[in-house]
Design a protein around this ligand. Sequence first.
Ligand SMILES: *Cc1c(COP(=O)(O)O)cnc(C)c1O
Length: 228
Amino acid sequence: MIRVTENLGKIHDLLTKAALEAKRDPGSIRLLAVSKKQPLQRVADAVAAGQRDFGENFVQEGLERIEKLPQKHLVWHFIGHLQTNKTRAVAENFDWIHTLDRVKTAERLSRHRPDELGDLNVCLQVNIDDEPEKSGVRADALPELAAACVKLPRLKLRGLMCLPALCEDFDKQRVPFARLRVLKESLAENGIAMDSLSMGMSGDYRAAIWEGATIVRIGTAVFGPRPD
Ligand SMILES: *Cc1c(COP(=O)(O)O)cnc(C)c1O
């Protein structure tokens, strides 16, 4: 028996503790519950427990969730790899995308975003370990992508996102998160101010909070292991 309500309570306590250790306001950190591949009932339990922000990796599964959980106050974040033929579905149904890494995709999202929904919130995914096979824009190409996004209508550039290689050591975990924070700071110095850093998961959220995460994306610690 997975107790989503209890898990959420525990995570909020842990996030608060990590924020205070890092001398930050716990209210500045938003919990994004990553519901990919989880049974709908667990997601509904989280909604009932007051969780507002949900992260989905797969477009089709995300659309089904959004349809079955139509509560207006919920905020849906797309955090998976986005194929260009799915940009319309994301632009028409989600509130945020965290994984934008190409100008072409940005242009399509901008074009497909319906006016009446307001701006689509965007985080740019950075390939922070510079691993050739991984998604995300390289750090050296980030300024150009950010500048292009700022110019596009119906997109609101909110921040940067990363998905570093997993590791257990706290100090090592901090390194890529610090790098992402510095990239955000240097964009701000060049006139591109953003308010979000989407970083940290179940195993490394504490290091991410120490380095300034404003959105932590947590799946298994909220919903339990993903059933196959
Ligand atoms: C699955 C996933 C998460 C959550 O991972 P957990 O280890 O279950 O907390 C966060 N971010 C992204 C992009 C993911 O794909």
